[in-house]
Design a protein around this ligand. Structure first.
Ligand code: SF4
Length: 330
């Protein structure tokens, strides 16, 4: 059964930092803080609309949930309680910073029915974290993950690609460190440079040199492939498509169909490997039915690519194949 979230945004509240890339208004399209009555209204509406709530979590996203004033955090958690339990939602999901996790906080989250914690790791290279004013280290991420696991929460990590001062070697190191931690879920965010952020100033002055878009999609395709091979669910790849992000984005790697682009690259790479050196006029590839459009590529890019090198490619569905698995049939 597909997992769902009832997302409630707590924009920038409680965050002790101002990261180089952060413009919470653009990301959440909202400045006002939700109060208990707002949370109850959102939960009541969602539970009336959803026939089976057992696969649905109430998710507090946006800021650093465990760094908000304690009374306010408890107010929000209290407000959800009547909607949890046997006929209610299956739990609460929160996102926070790695340096805002402690045993005291985890005790509270456990008591209020929180089931999943997502940490903004962003990079596992200290010089990249420092250059982007994250205010925590890679060790803080590793320590917070160990504690979250010890308490039995589902663990999610958010990682950014193409931050200021990050090289491709740093990106690969981050990927390998995240794989070692082996979270349950990952969100991959290619850096979108939003206006009114320190990153936008650095881009404008020429101090921040971006990777090319193709480099980033190729690397994110590799991440998707390696996380899938490890059994780590990638629940997001690319920023949520919103008109506010599109409006405020002054550079970087925002694309409304970013994941589809990366998956297209992943399948094209595998098709190229399977075809090998020998030229073919035709080829039939099988993929899982849910992956046919991914293998075809964004705007049929893969079909057109192979056509341009003289191979007419057809993609068929096969229920027996796993996600991202592909076989050459003819
Ligand atoms: S920790 Fe999160 S909310 Fe806080 S400034 Fe950084 S990105 Fe923004």
């Amino acid at each position: 059964m597909k997992h769902k979230n009832i997302a409630i945004f707590v924009p920038h509240a409680g965050c002790p930092h101002k990261c180089s890339f952060c413009n919470q208004h653009a990301i959440t399209a909202q400045d006002a803080l939700p109060r208990a009555a707002d949370v109850q209204r959102i939960c009541a509406k969602a539970s009336a609309e959803i026939s089976n709530c057992r696969n649905t979590e109430v998710a507090f996203f946006g800021g650093s949930f465990t760094a908000i004033p304690r009374d306010y955090m408890l107010e929000l958690l209290e407000a959800v309680q009547p909607f949890l339990g046997e006929n209610g939602f299956c739990g609460i999901r929160i996102s926070t910073r790695p340096d805002c996790i402690s045993r005291g906080v985890l005790d509270i989250l456990k008591m209020y029915g929180v089931t999943a914690i997502e940490l903004g790791a962003q990079s596992m290279c200290d010089h990249v974290l420092a250059a982007n004013d994250r205010g925590h280290t890679a060790q803080d991420v590793a320590d917070a993950c160990t504690l979250i696991r010890e308490y039995g929460f589902e663990l999610g990590l958010q990682v950014m690609v193409g931050l200021y001062k990050s090289t491709m070697e740093d990106e690969r190191r981050t990927l390998q460190e995240i794989r070692k931690i082996h979270p349950d879920t990952v969100r991959i965010y290619p850096t979108a440079v939003l206006q009114n952020t320190p990153l936008a100033d650095k881009l404008k002055s020429g101090e921040y040199q971006l990777f090319s878009f193709d480099e980033v999609t190729a690397f994110c395709a590799e991440m998707l492939s390696q996380f899938a091979a490890d059994g780590i669910a990638v629940i997001k790849c690319g920023l949520h498509a919103s008109e506010f992000v599109a409006q405020d984005c002054v550079g970087g790697f925002y694309h409304p169909a970013f994941r589809e682009l990366c998956e297209g690259v992943l399948f094209r790479r595998r098709m190229t490997e399977l075809l090998g050196e020998c030229g073919r006029e035709q080829a039939v590839f099988a993929v899982h039915p849910s992956c046919i459009s991914k293998a075809v590529g964004h705007k049929r890019a893969n079909i057109l690519h192979f056509q341009s090198v003289g191979t007419a490619v057809k993609i068929i569905g096969d229920e027996n194949l796993d996600e991202y698995q592909i076989e050459l049939r003819e």
